[in-house]
Design a protein around this ligand. Structure first.
Ligand code: FAD
Length: 603
């Protein structure tokens, strides 16, 4: 085929964040050839932005912690819609994955006696997050890359996959273009791992970078795999809100883990006003008790600022709607107050939260050691994604695997902070191992030549429409629509408007045109990303309409309570034979007795 370079790998990993790198390392260690593709430069994946830490029940700071507590915390946080098998494996295996990272060279912060230090985070009963200041993701990516480089992995940087190919009922290849020259690459592979991260760019206000346009979820869906839990989008409670140019940038939960408190414009710590029943027994009664928890007093319970993200975000929205918000439509997050409690507080804050200190100093001219930050919710993470088998990470399409944020299951209706980085390590490894095993048992199948030609023609179509609409205009309207109609507080009428709006946006997306040539053409890239953004948005809206209750990250103003009839099943989205999105409710399989007992014990 003209105009296309061919590459053959046993295993193709799409995405070079924590999940993709860990999968590639594992697959390569099994002796198969591995190709690793990423949209940006190696080292720039979202994982590098992770701040607060990686959750693993090592019990270094509090010896009452163990996998059982982590497992039950994860289920409670996910409101029991989690894939319990994944939650079990994750809780059991994450300590080994963190220690392995350390053995590969990661330098974590230390306890005085030299063990990996662990910090408090929302929804985790004990201090559990191994961290490197507030730059944990950087250390993780650096370590995985350094280790991976020696495994003989072929890296394709600044290469974007646009289509997956299916033959004989399994995933067999992918078409991509390189950003620099705009030329096509055809990958043939015996197994493919999707590790493409999140969907945050479907919303206007987000902590996610330009890369997170839901490509992996959409590629898998169009290839015939199922998506699950797409209604569960996490709106992180603390994003920057001022000045407008920085709106959405994350303010790590580690600020609250280190003692930061939330206040409304009246100076009131409003988080004490509403403590959910299932967390009451674990939550401090007074600010004094909360502070003792931060200091590590084992007899104290955590402050309400460390309740789960879904709840904290909604409490902030309540204050803003009631007219008790900050001048720019958020509330105040105050870490400076700890100077009342400890000597040399400014030095302590700068040491524990160096990135936050610089972020606010440089971007908002605020010194967080003296002044409260103005913050508000920001679209941060998607709990939903490609539906996978809990042990192997294989999707419902044979030969196609998914791991990390692109996959669904572990987090249920709401993710606990720190549980993503551990997810990447545990299930990245498992996906890489399973993909290598699959590749060893299956021969290579070439994608259908006609389908490849058609996919290239389709990808280049925006160049033919020289008078077509600007893709940025469609992207802009889509982000606004999702923000306004399918955001943190949802209603039937808004979601129906979102669904109608998406139909019109899909028509407009089919007519977008780009000018110029194929070399580094961001307009063209946006035109192609739009298809993915639309697909994931449609899945989010359809699932949000179907879930007529409020649970975890999904809040319906018209159905504000949890309903038992929705408590035992996930919504699964697949493509029907006519190419339309079909949604079904799939019951969660019963948990084994020993896990059910654990849940009861730690309630
Ligand atoms: C600011 C911030 C702070 C965070 N802090 C924490 C934290 O402290 N602890 C925690 O547990 N979680 C944290 N998270 C969440 C966590 O960082 C992410 O969920 C996680 O890093 C996702 O990793 P991943 O490997 O799944 O994907 P990513 O790291 O997002 O990597 C995705 C990869 O896929 C590639 N890709 C995407 N589409 C394509 C395509 N079409 N073709 C080719 N390649 C493609 C990208 O180029 C990239 O290489 C944070 C998130 C943010 C934004």
């Amino acid at each position: 085929m003209a105009d296309v370079q061919n590459f053959d790998h046993d295993v193709l990993v799409i995405g070079a964040g924590g999940a993709g790198l860990r999968a590639a390392i594992e697959a390569a260690s099994k002796g198969v050839s591995v190709g690793l593709v990423c949209k940006s430069l190696l080292g720039k994946a979202h994982t590098v932005m992770a701040e607060g830490g990686v959750a693993a029940a090592m019990g270094n700071v509090d010896d009452r912690d163990n996998w059982r507590v982590h497992f039950t915390d994860t289920l409670r946080g996910g409101q029991y819609l989690n894939n319990w098998r994944m939650a079990e494996l994750h809780a059991k295996e994450s300590p080994d994955r963190v220690r392995e990272l350390e053995a590969w060279g990661a330098l974590f912060d230390r306890t005085p006696d030299g063990r990996i230090l662990q910090r408090n985070f929302g929804g985790h009963r004990y201090p559990r997050l191994a961290h490197v200041g507030d730059r944990t993701g950087l250390e993780m990516i650096r370590t995985l890359q350094d280790h991976g480089v020696h495994q003989g992995i072929d890296v394709h940087m600044e290469v974007t996959v646009v289509t997956l190919f299916v033959s004989q009922g399994r995933a067999v290849g992918a078409l991509a273009y390189d950003r620099e020259r705009g030329r096509f690459r055809l990958f043939r592979a015996k197994a493919i791992v999707i590790a493409t991260g999140g969907i945050g760019r479907a919303y206007k206000i987000t902590s996610n970078s330009w890369e997170y346009t839901g490509d992996g979820q959409s590629l898998a869906y169009h290839a015939g795999a199922a998506l699950m839990d797409m209604e569960f989008v996490q709106f992180h409670p603390t994003g920057m809100i001022w000045p407008p140019s920085v709106r959405g940038i994350l303010v790590t939960e580690a600020v609250r883990g280190e003692g930061g408190v939330l206040k409304n414009k009246e100076g009131r710590r409003f988080m004490f006003d509403d403590i959910p029943e299932n967390y009451r027994a674990q939550t401090a009664d007074t600010p004094e008790e909360g502070w003792r928890y931060v200091l590590g007093d084992k007899n104290a319970r955590r402050p309400p600022e460390l309740l789960t993200r879904d709840h904290v975000a909604r409490c902030i929205m309540r204050e803003v709607r009631a007219g008790r918000g900050s001048p720019h439509g958020g509330v105040f997050l105050d870490i400076a107050w700890i100077k009342e409690k400890i000597p040399k507080a400014a030095e302590h804050i700068k040491k524990k939260l160096p990135s936050m200190y610089h972020q606010f100093k440089q971007m908002a001219d605020i010194d967080i050691t003296t002044t409260p930050m103005e913050i508000g919710p920001t679209t941060h993470y998607v709990m939903g994604g490609v539906r996978v088998d809990g042990d192997t990470q294989m999707s419902t399409l044979p030969g196609l695997f998914a791991a990390g944020e692109a996959a669904a299951g572990l987090h249920g209706a709401n993710r606990l902070g720190g549980n993503s980085l551990s997810d990447l390590l545990v299930f990245g490894k498992r996906a890489g191992e399973s993909a290598a095993g699959f590749a060893a048992q299956h021969g290579a199948v070439a994608p259908d030549a006609g389908e490849v030609t058609e996919a290239m023609k389709d990808a280049l179509a925006p160049f033919e429409r020289t008078t077509g609409e600007n893709p940025y205009a469609v992207q802009h309207d889509l982000q606004n629509l999702m923000q306004e109609m399918a955001g943190i507080v949802r209603t039937e009428s808004d979601l129906l408007r979102a669904a109608e709006g998406l139909v019109k946006l899909r028509e407009r997306a089919a007519g977008v045109g780009v000018s110029g040539n194929r070399e580094y053409n961001p307009g063209w890239h946006t035109a192609l990303d739009l298809r993915h953004l639309l697909t994931v948005s449609e899945a989010i809206v359809a699932s949000a309409l179907a879930r007529k209750e409020s649970r975890g990250g999904h809040f319906r103003d018209d159905y504000p309570e949890k309903k038992p009839e929705f408590g035992g099943s996930n919504f699964v989205a697949g493509k029907d034979p006519a190419g339309r999105l079909a949604l079904r409710s799939v019951p969660i399989p019963p948990m084994p007795d020993e896990l059910t007992k654990l849940v009861e014990e730690f309630k």
